[in-house]
Design a protein around this ligand. Structure first.
Ligand code: F6P
Length: 383
């Protein structure tokens, strides 16, 4: 364990999109640091913005984290717009981009931070990696509803989001059945289909469309028609925001995100229009949106987030800097942050969950033969 003199003050920040369970991590970090090591904890507000702008750092005591375990969001605030390496500032009405990373590292030194806990998704953890190269001592906690980080079986926030999407599907079922409609639920997840796939199976969707399997609209129509022929005169489709048709592109929102990052969204309506045109079914589209990011964390996420937060502090005590806490089998372990952000974790087509969906005759938007061929090709690429 570190000499307590050398790790007496740590910082914690939350970056990128929020998700259920962040407060549980913050609480566990503060409680573990204070109880077990007698360290001070500084809360950095609004992600890396709090290390760029003054007046955004405050000590966190036990009283600050009392009662926050079940609360969604983050008591520290967050942003996905404060990358110190590409920091946007309005100068004379124009947006200019600056690299303020050296200032961030200096400010952390001025604050006397021996280490910084970064609770973030791939964007924030990638920034953390780059700051580490400049001397900042960091440990990471994987946070995202998308579950798209390598190195960990699961990220916290994902389970709650899947539950939210599943409950939405339960509710859509009854109205779809009453009105004999096709109802499409569009869910988040960026370029990974984890939310759609898992919520789709848990919520009994008839058709699940994920970015990993480009969909053939004719296969979608065939499934709807088959259900009609069998007497089930309604169909439920869950579509991941990053899903795309065979040979086509994902659907993006018209306005651009700051920093040039394009935002996915709208595939539900596009798909709905295609079905109406080809099948004349009555179609309705629900976009679940940011409901997936809110709410009280599930028991699974509270526990995972709490274990992650406590372990992040233990990693600092063991001088395992540059590591990210992760779930492997039943245990919390650590992996280099660089491994986690190396590439996005998408749904492997050879996974048992894909096979389960196919066994249950759920349509994944393409023929079984195509999906199996894609799985073989993906395996060959890895080998
Ligand atoms: O990464 C989490 C996530 O919710 C994605 O699933 C989604 O594409 C994106 O963030 C939405 O971002 P914003 O909060 O900027 O709308």
């Amino acid at each position: 364990m570190h000499d307590s003199k050398h790790s007496s003050r740590i910082g914690v920040l939350t970056g990128g999109g929020d998700c259920p369970g962040i407060n549980a991590v913050i609480r566990a970090v503060v409680k573990t640091a204070l109880n077990e090591y007698g360290w001070e904890v500084l809360g950095i507000e609004d992600g890396f913005e709090g290390l760029i702008q003054p007046g955004k750092v405050r000590p966190l005591q036990m009283s600050d984290v009392r009662g926050i375990l079940p609360r969604g969001g983050t008591i520290l605030g967050t942003t996905n717009r404060a990358n110190p390496f590409n920091y946007e500032v309005e100068v004379d009405g124009e947006i200019e981009v600056f690299d303020v990373s050296d200032d961030v590292v200096r400010y952390a030194q001025v604050l006397g931070l021996d280490a910084l806990v970064v609770i973030g998704g791939d964007g924030s953890l990638r920034i953390a990696c780059e700051l580490m190269e400049k001397g900042l001592k960091v440990v990471g906690v994987p946070k995202t509803i998308d579950n798209d980080l390598q190195g960990t079986v699961i990220t916290f926030g994902f389970d709650t989001a899947v539950n939210t999407a599943m409950e939405a599907l339960d509710k859509l079922h009854t109205t779809a059945e009453s009105h004999h409609r096709v109802i499409i639920l569009e869910v988040m997840g960026r370029d990974a289909g984890w939310i759609a796939l898992k919520a789709g199976i848990a919520g009994d969707a008839d058709i699940i469309l994920i970015p990993e399997i480009p969909y053939d609209i004719h296969a979608v129509i065939e499934k709807i028609d088959a259900r009609n022929r069998q007497g089930a005169k309604y169909s439920i489709i869950i579509v991941a925001e990053g899903a795309r048709p065979v040979g086509g592109d994902a659907v993006y929102q018209a306005h651009r995100e700051v920093g040039g990052v394009r935002r996915l969204g709208g595939v539900g309506e596009v798909l709905g229009a295609q079905i109406r045109e080809l099948d004349h079914s009555e179609v309705r589209v629900t976009v679940l949106g940011h409901l997936q990011r809110g709410g009280s964390p599930s028991a699974f996420d509270r526990l995972l987030a709490t274990r992650f937060g406590a372990m992040a502090v233990h990693l600092i005590a063991e001088a395992k800097l540059g590591e990210m806490v992760a779930l492997r089998d039943e245990s919390i372990v650590s992996v280099p942050i660089a491994v986690a952000v190396d590439q996005q974790k998408i749904v492997p087509l050879s996974s048992d969950i894909i096979r389960t969906a196919l066994s249950l005759n759920v349509s994944l938007g393409n023929t079984r033969a195509v999906i199996e061929r894609m799985a073989v090709e993906a395996r060959e690429q890895v080998a």
